[in-house]
Ligand binder design. Structure first.
Ligand SMILES: Cc1ncc(C[n+]2csc(CCOP(=O)(O)OP(=O)(O)O)c2C)c(N)n1
Ligand code: SF4
Ligand SMILES: [Mg+2]
Length: 338
């Protein structure tokens, strides 16, 4: 029987990669998947587990990153991987982290820090599994990372709209028609801001985009080493659901950031830090017009000038009116604070 050891919240030591040449060569998500050409979510899986390294358990809720990645006899996962129910990434992360800790405490396995990462799609994470993720983020005694890969639809079941689908987008649940041009008129949830604002003991929340691969991997490394439960929201262009040429995936990720639609930031111990192109925007660089991003995608092909203007005004509001631009939408009541 293994030795009994007191096991606290120790984490692995994963230093940030100082540039692309310093990134490790080993891959833990390799060939054998069947995602679409240009699928950014697949790239996110690859980068996520590359950053985490071999002593990692990955748990994945139902969705493209489960179904396309685990067709019988072909799996790209090199590390241990487990499927969990669509709304259960939070429960799976917490249960696995707690189980490992208990086994180590009882001496039934070697005491060592093992990364626990649970990923979920926007449907599984921001809609169905929100409660379980929220609970996990309050359990500071267990180390885990929940990574929400956001392709902005229930993609695996043929592109139904989710609470993360952008305003006005054409999905199979919101086809534009003659009588009604826009079926989906809800604004997208602010997941990372919500997680950071509502879980004050969660030490690390970040937004990432795989178009900025090294930065993305370094945010994963920070999330895995700070201790306790952490959350990352990744925006992933999806050629099938967003309806564009797969070669544009990287460019669309950049445009989402450069237009200010998807801000890149991290909240560490309650402190907000913008990074990359978002930091430049905060420091005064002009945002690109949202039309440069929207009109490259077939899901917005039915937009008229009025729709583009509404979308632009909402993004402007996020940058010009929010208490913490791009992060926290509350505003102080001027009368009370004056
Ligand atoms: C409880 C439950 N309801 C419905 C389904 C059917 N289903 C499987 S994958 C999926 C889409 C999930 O969307 P998302 O989480 O955004 O992941 P994506 O497919 O976009 O990668 C749905 C609805 C299911 N597996 N379980
Ligand atoms: S539908 Fe989108 S998320 Fe799913 S495998 Fe294809 S590109 Fe990836
Ligand atoms: Mg999705």
């Amino acid at each position: 029987m293994a030795e009994t050891t007191t096991f606290t919240n120790a984490t692995q030591i994963l230093e940030p990669f100082r540039g692309v040449k310093k990134v490790t060569l080993e891959e833990y998500f390799t060939s054998g998947h069947r995602t679409c050409q240009g699928c950014e979510s697949a790239l996110v899986m690859k980068l996520m587990v590359k950053a985490a390294g071999p002593r990692t358990i990955v748990l994945g809720s139902t969705g493209c990153m489960y179904v396309a990645n685990t067709t019988y006899y072909t799996t790209p996962w090199v590390v241990p991987w487990m499927h969990t129910q669509l709304g259960s990434s939070g429960s799976a992360a917490l249960g696995t982290a707690a189980g490992l800790k208990a086994l180590m405490r009882k001496g039934k396995m070697k005491a060592e820090p093992i990364n626990v990462i649970a990923f979920c799609g926007d449907g599984g994470g921001a809609d169905m599994g929100l409660g379980a993720i929220s609970a996990t983020l309050t359990h500071k005694e267990y180390n885990s990372l929940i990574l929400l890969y956001d392709n902005e639809s229930y993609a695996n079941t043929d592109i139904q709209l989710s609470g993360m689908t952008p305003y006005g987008a054409h999905t199979t649940f919101s086809p534009p028609g003659k009588a009604k041009r826009l079926i989906h008129t809800r604004w997208k949830k602010n997941m990372a801001g919500m997680m950071a604002a509502g879980h004050t003991e969660c030490r690390y929340v970040a937004t990432v985009c795989a178009s900025y691969a090294v930065e993305m991997m370094n945010k994963v490394r920070r999330a895995l080493t700070i201790g306790g439960p952490t959350f990352i929201h990744s925006l992933d262009p999806c050629p099938k659901g967003w309806d564009y040429d797969p070669m544009l995936s990287h460019e669309l990720g950049e445009l989402a950031v450069e237009t200010g639609i998807f801000p890149l930031y991290e909240v560490e111990d309650g402190r907000v830090k913008y990074y990359g192109k978002t930091k430049a925007i905060v420091e005064g660089r002009a945002r690109k017009p949202v039309r440069e991003y929207l009109l490259k995608q077939g899901r917005f092909a039915h937009f008229i000038e009025e729709d583009l203007a509404y979308f632009q005004a909402k993004v402007n509001e996020m940058w010009e009116k929010w208490e913490i631009p791009g992060v926290v939408s509350f505003r102080k009541d001027v009368k009370q604070t004056a």
